[in-house]
Design a protein around this ligand. Structure first.
Ligand code: FAD
Length: 372
């Protein structure tokens, strides 16, 4: 290393996931634009480069979201919303989309605003990012686990972006506080799961979900798990299945019909059976209170299940970072991506955190070198 990079600025990136690779490409690109060559960049990863992008979006890679307003975009992060205003104002979802187009990744926008590569392939995104990275010199990829800051003594600038899986001790080795990691965007195990109709999907007023073998999953449940990431188990949730006034209206119009059949107008019959239970009376015999109770699903949540995107809430404490994600504690140290205490809902928000924080870090690292 010493001979290879004598008299040059030595930069280390720890982690070759989406944020590490995006940061590296942008550092290399920014230096190229000003024809600066007196640096070398090493990227460390204990595993295979960009392997963590492969499962994203069920193999389709939900790159980002199409929401135009920065504040509205940032409202999709239960942790980190305000910190992101500044990152997004300097590098937005549209900047990331422009970058993807520039390296040959065409994109499509789905009806709900999620942005995917037109080829619907995370492997394609991985290959294109790698092609771009390999188009530069001055960069090495090293297959090595970094255990603490002591492994990086030779480097002048250090960027840590190794995600949120078993990185607490690494964060603490840099004297930073690590906000406890908690699972978010996961399915939930529930009490009495066996009484619910396994595999049945429900479109509720709050969002869509599905009953699984031990609980519930789907977009609504991921959101609930994310919002409640720091709640202690067990906790209770209510899901608004349908508007109870519509059921009251139906029961007034059809008092002789069975309540089960009326409830089944709003939810799958197998769920209506659970809600109504053995009290399958005529509609006229059911109290208003009871009708209202059928419109809500009350669940006791026992723990997270292994389904879903499963990002981790928690990570490097935001108070210890400046607006460029640079450490306020150690000089020449930056963090980006999921290792920071920022996490978003499903919809491309977690990858956008990677693209924006990685770009802002790249710009700041390059500025710190050329403005020395
Ligand atoms: C199943 C699944 C689907 C998802 N789908 C989407 C989606 O469609 N859209 C979206 O926005 N988000 C999605 N996410 C979330 C998204 O994948 C993550 O937010 C994103 O990968 C975080 O990127 P990162 O580079 O910060 O960290 P990571 O992707 O975790 O990468 C960190 C890298 O650092 C390496 N590393 C870790 N520790 C060390 C160490 N000590 N030394 C050296 N190397 C180390 C790891 O090997 C890894 O390669 C999904 C997540 C999952 C699990």
């Amino acid at each position: 290393m010493v001979r290879y990079c004598r008299n040059k600025v030595k930069i280390a990136i720890v982690g070759a996931g989406p944020s590490g690779v995006y940061c590296a490409i942008n550092i290399l690109q920014l230096f190229k634009e000003i024809d600066f060559k007196d640096y070398c960049l090493d990227i460390f990863d204990k595993g295979q480069i960009l392997r963590t992008i492969l499962p994203t979006g069920n193999g389709r890679c939900n790159l980002t979201n199409n929401i135009a307003d920065i504040k509205e975009f940032a409202s999709n992060y239960p942790r980190g919303e305000k910190f992101l205003y500044s990152l997004f104002s300097r590098y937005s979802n549209f900047d990331a989309i422009d970058f993807f187009h520039s390296i040959g990744i065409e994109t499509i926008v789905e009806a709900d605003g999620r942005v995917f590569p037109k080829l619907q392939s995370s492997k394609f995104v991985k290959d294109k990012l790698l092609d771009k990275l390999n188009s530069f010199s001055n960069v090495r990829l090293l297959n090595k686990k970094i255990n603490s800051k002591d492994d990086l003594k030779l480097y002048d600038k250090i960027i840590v972006c190794c995600g949120s899986r078993s990185t607490k001790s690494l964060i603490e080795s840099f004297s930073h506080t690590c906000v406890d990691f908690k699972k978010a965007l996961c399915g939930l195990k529930i009490e009495n799961s066996s009484i619910y109709p396994k595999g049945v999907s429900v479109k509720s007023l709050d969002g869509d979900f599905i009953f699984t073998k031990d609980g519930v999953s789907g977009p609504l449940i991921f959101k609930i798990s994310s919002v409640n990431a720091y709640k202690n188990f067990p906790y209770e949730i209510d899901i608004n299945l349908f508007n109870f006034e519509d059921l009251i209206d139906l029961s007034n119009r059809f008092p002789k019909k069975s309540i089960l059949n009326l409830v089944a107008n709003f939810v799958p019959k197998s769920l209506a059976l659970v809600l109504v239970g053995s009290e399958n009376k005529k509609a006229a015999e059911v109290s208003k209170q009871k009708l209202i109770s059928y419109s809500k699903l009350h669940l006791k949540v026992l723990s997270c299940s292994s389904m879903g995107e499963i990002v981790n809430a928690g990570g490097v404490c935001l108070k210890e970072l400046d607006k460029n994600c640079k450490s306020k504690i150690s000089d020449n140290l930056w963090f980006c991506g999921e290792i920071i205490d920022i996490d978003g809902f499903c919809g491309g928000f977690n990858l956008q955190n990677c693209w924006s924080s990685a770009y802002v870090v790249a710009f700041d690292v390059v500025s710190s070198i050329i403005n020395k």
